[in-house]
Design a protein around this ligand. Structure first.
Ligand code: ADP
Ligand code: MG
Ligand code: ZN
Length: 619
C-alpha cells in the first residue's frame, strides 16, 4: 500500500481544482458586469455641466449609479447620493429642470435579478467551493476505507479468459508431467467414471522444478485443456502488510473455486507461504504461517467428492512444510526436469514457430550446445536470435545468430541454470556412469532407473535408483552397497582422469553421514557391535534432529572416527574394483550419456547386457 504518497498528490490535485474553479467564476462575473466599454468616471458637477451644454443624449439610473450617454456616443458615469433623487441633486448643481426633462431618463430599480445575484452569488459560490472541497476529500477517504475492507478478498483470476491461451502443444517434452496432468483433467471432466470405481479425486498436485522449466506454462496449458474454470493466484498475493489478511484471502480463493466446482485452483510460487513452519524454535506466529495453516485447513475441508483440484508450483520443494506434502493434500508430485537434448530441440522448435528461420538452420546443433538450459533460457535464446537478425538488417534468422545468442543467454543477468562445458560434460558423464555401473553390479543395490547429466539442483547430474519393492527396513548389506554406489562417481573420475572434481562432494557427504549412522545409530559396525552412541534429540513430529548429546569419552570418539573411516575405505575399494574391471562398459555408458544426456532404464539394461553383465552379479 502506497497510501500516504498518493493521498498527498490527491490533495494537491483537489486544491488545484478549487483554485481553477475560483478563477473561472471570477472571470465569468467580471465579464457579466462589464459588457459595454468601460464608461469614463466623472463627478456630479461634470455631469451637470454636460447637461447644461446640451451634450447628453440619455441618462440611466440604476441604484446610485448614474450613466449618461453623450451625443458623441461616449459614456460617462457618476455616483449620486443615496437618499436624494437625481433631479433634486442635479437641481442643486444648477441644472435647468427644463433641459433635464428633455433628456430621456431611464431608472432601473435595483430590485431586479442583478441585485439579488449581486448579493447571493458570492455566498453561493463560496458555499459551493467549500462543499466541493469536502466532497472530494470525503470521497477519497471513503475509497481508502473501501480498500481496507476489501483486503480480505483475494484478487483471484479466472484463467479461461486469458489472452495467451496455451495448450499441451505449446509445451515440449515433460512427457510424464503432461500425462499426470491429463489424468487430473480427465478426472474433472468425467468424475463419474472414476467415482463409480471408488476412486477418489486427487486433491492437490504439486509441480516441482527449477525456475524456467515450464511450471507456470504447464498450468496454463492445463487451463486451456481442462474445459473447467481455472483459477489462478500467486501465493505472494496472499500475504500483505496486515496480519490475518492472508488467511482470509485463502478462504476467499478456495470459496470462489468451490462455488465454481468442478474447477482447478492454481497457486503459483507456493513456497512464498509454504515454508516450513518453525516448531516453536525461534518463535513464529507470523502471517505466512497463518496463511499456510489456512491452506491446510481448506484442503482438508474439501468434502470427499468436492471437485476442486489444487495445483501448486514451486522451485523450492526443499523448504516446503512437510504438512503440505502429506497424503490428502498435495499427494501427487510432478517433477519438471531441465530438458535433455531432444526436449531442448523440441522447445526450440516451438519458439521458432513465429520466426522466419533460414533454410539451412539446424536447431539440433543449438540443442547440442545448450545442456543445462531451461525452457525459459531457450525461449530467451530464440528471441535474442531474432533481435540480432533484425539489428543486422536480415529478413531471416541464420545459424550464427542462434550461436551468438547462446552466449548472450549464458552471460545475461537472468541466467540461473548453468550450462556444462564440453569437458565438464565428459567428467559428469563418467561420474554418473560410475554410479550406475556400480549400482548395476551390486546385488544389494537398487536397480538403476534413469541416468542423466543434466544438472538437478546442486548436483552435476544424477543417477536414479529405485527399490524394486517398497522397503521399510534397510539391511547392513544394503547400506554397504549404497556406500559403494556413492563412491562410484568418485572412483570413476579417479580411474579416467586421474584427478578429482568438486562434483563428488555431495556424494562424499552422504557417504560419511551414512557410515557414521551405521556405527553410532544402527549398531552395524563389526568393531562395536550392537551399541548406540550419543543421544539425539528429535522433533518427533517433524522428523528433524535438533542436537546430539555426546555420552561417550574422547577415546571412544576417536575409535568411532576410525571405524567410520574403515567402512568408507572398504566402500571406496569395492567401487574402485568394479570400475577398473568394467572399464569398457564405463566408456560405452559415458559415451552414450554424452550424446543423449539421459539414459532410461530399458536402454541401460540393453547396454549392460551387451557387455554380458547381469544386474546385481556381485554379492
Ligand atoms: P517456471 O517453471 O519458472 O514457472 P515458466 O512456465 O514461467 O517457468 O516458463 C517460462 C517460459 O519458458 C515459458 O513461458 C515458455 O516460453 C518457456 N518454456 C519453459 N519450458 C518450456 C517447455 N517445456 N516447452 C516450451 N516452452 C517452455
Ligand atoms: Mg512460474
Ligand atoms: Zn555423484
Amino acid at each position: 500500500m502506497k497510501k500516504p504518497a498518493t493521498s498527498g498528490i490527491k490533495i494537491v490535485k483537489n486544491l488545484l481544482l478549487v483554485v481553477f474553479t475560483f478563477v473561472l467564476v471570477v472571470a465569468i462575473f467580471s465579464s457579466l458586469y462589464s459588457t459595454a466599454p468601460a464608461p469614463k468616471q466623472v463627478n456630479l458637477s461634470d455631469l451637470a455641466n454636460n447637461i447644461n451644454a446640451q451634450q447628453v443624449a440619455k441618462i440611466t439610473v440604476s441604484g446610485n449609479t448614474v450613466d449618461a450617454t453623450l451625443k458623441d456616443g461616449s459614456l460617462i458615469e457618476t455616483q449620486k447620493e443615496t437618499e436624494t433623487s437625481l433631479s433634486d441633486t442635479l437641481k442643486n448643481y444648477g441644472v435647468d429642470p427644463k433641459t433635464l426633462s428633455a433628456i430621456p431618463l431611464n431608472i432601473q430599480g435595483e430590485s431586479g435579478w442583478q441585485y439579488w445575484a449581486g448579493i447571493l452569488l458570492p455566498t453561493l459560490i463560496t458555499v459551493l467551493i467549500i462543499g466541493a472541497f469536502f466532497w472530494f476529500t470525503f470521497r477519497q477517504a471513503k475509497a481508502g476505507a473501501n480498500q481496507a475492507f476489501s483486503f480480505g478478498k483475494s484478487n483471484i483470476k479466472l484463467f479461461t479468459a486469458f489472452k495467451d491461451r496455451a495448450t499441451f502443444n505449446d509445451v515440449a517434452g515433460l512427457k510424464e508431467a503432461k500425462q499426470e496432468l491429463m489424468e487430473v483433467v480427465d478426472f474433472l471432466k468425467n468424475p463419474k467414471k472414476y467415482l463409480d470405481l471408488g476412486a477418489q479425486i486427487p486433491r492437490g498436485v504439486l509441480l516441482l522444478g527449477q525456475p524456467g522449466t515450464g511450471k507456470t506454462l504447464l498450468a496454463r496449458a492445463v487451463a486451456g485443456e481442462a474445459g473447467v474454470p481455472f483459477f489462478h493466484i500467486s501465493a505472494s498475493e496472499f500475504v500483505e502488510m496486515f496480519v490475518g489478511v492472508g488467511a482470509s484471502r485463502t478462504r476467499d480463493a478456495f470459496a470462489t473455486a468451490k462455488r465454481a466446482a468442478p474447477s482447478i485452483l492454481f497457486i503459483d510460487e507456493i513456497d512464498a507461504v509454504g515454508r516450513e513452519r518453525g516448531a516453536g524454535v525461534g518463535g513464529g506466529h507470523d502471517e505466512r504461517e497463518q496463511t499456510l495453516n489456512q491452506i491446510l485447513v481448506e484442503m482438508d475441508g474439501f468434502e470427499k467428492d468436492a471437485q476442486v483440484i489444487v495445483l501448486a508450483a514451486t522451485n523450492r520443494p526443499d523448504i516446503l512444510d512437510p504438512a503440505l506434502l502429506r497424503p490428502g493434500r498435495f499427494d501427487r508430485r510432478v517433477v519438471l526436469d531441465l530438458p535433455d537434448i531432444n526436449d531442448r530441440e523440441a522447445i526450440l522448435k516451438i519458439h521458432a514457430r513465429n520466426k522466419p528461420l533460414a533454410k539451412n538452420t539446424e536447431l539440433r546443433q543449438v540443442a547440442v550446445r545448450t545442456p543445462g538450459f531451461s525452457g525459459a533460457d531457450l525461449a530467451n535464446l530464440m528471441n535474442e536470435a531474432s533481435i540480432t537478425a533484425a539489428r543486422k538488417g536480415r529478413k531471416e534468422v541464420i545459424q550464427d545468430d542462434l550461436y551468438d545468442s547462446i552466449e548472450k543467454v549464458l552471460l545475461g543477468p537472468e541466467r540461473r541454470s548453468r550450462a556444462l562445458s564440453i569437458h565438464e560434460k565428459e567428467i559428469t558423464a563418467y561420474h554418473e556412469a560410475g554410479h550406475a555401473l556400480v549400482a548395476a553390479s551390486l546385488k544389494h543395490s537398487d536397480p538403476v532407473h534413469k541416468i542423466s547429466i543434466i544438472s538437478r539442483g546442486q548436483a552435476g547430474g544424477y543417477t536414479l535408483k529405485l527399490p524394486a519393492e517398497d522397503i521399510h527396513l534397510k539391511t547392513r548389506k544394503q547400506f554397504l552397497a549404497d556406500l559403494a554406489v556413492a563412491f562410484g562417481g568418485y572412483s570413476s573420475e579417479e580411474e579416467i582422469f586421474k584427478d578429482l572434481s568438486t562434483g563428488a562432494s555431495n556424494d562424499l557427504q552422504i557417504a560419511s553421514d551414512m557410515a557414521r549412522k551405521m556405527v553410532v545409530k544402527y549398531g552395524m559396525s563389526e568393531k562395536f557391535g550392537p551399541i548406540t552412541f550419543g543421544k539425539t534429540e528429535e522433533l518427533v513430529f517433524l522428523g528433524k534432529e535438533i542436537s546430539t548429546e555426546r555420552n561417550y569419552s574422547e577415546q571412544t570418539a576417536l575409535e568411532i572416527d576410525k571405524e567410520v573411516e574403515n567402512i568408507i575405505n572398504k566402500a571406496h575399494e569395492a567401487a574402485k574394483k568394479i570400475i577398473h574391471q568394467k572399464r569398457k562398459v564405463l566408456d560405452a555408458l559415458a559415451k552414450q550419456l554424452t550424446e543423449k544426456e539421459t539414459i532410461e532404464k530399458e536402454e541401460f539394461d540393453l547396454l549392460i547386457k551387451k557387455f554380458g553383465i547381469k544386474q546385481g552379479e556381485i554379492a
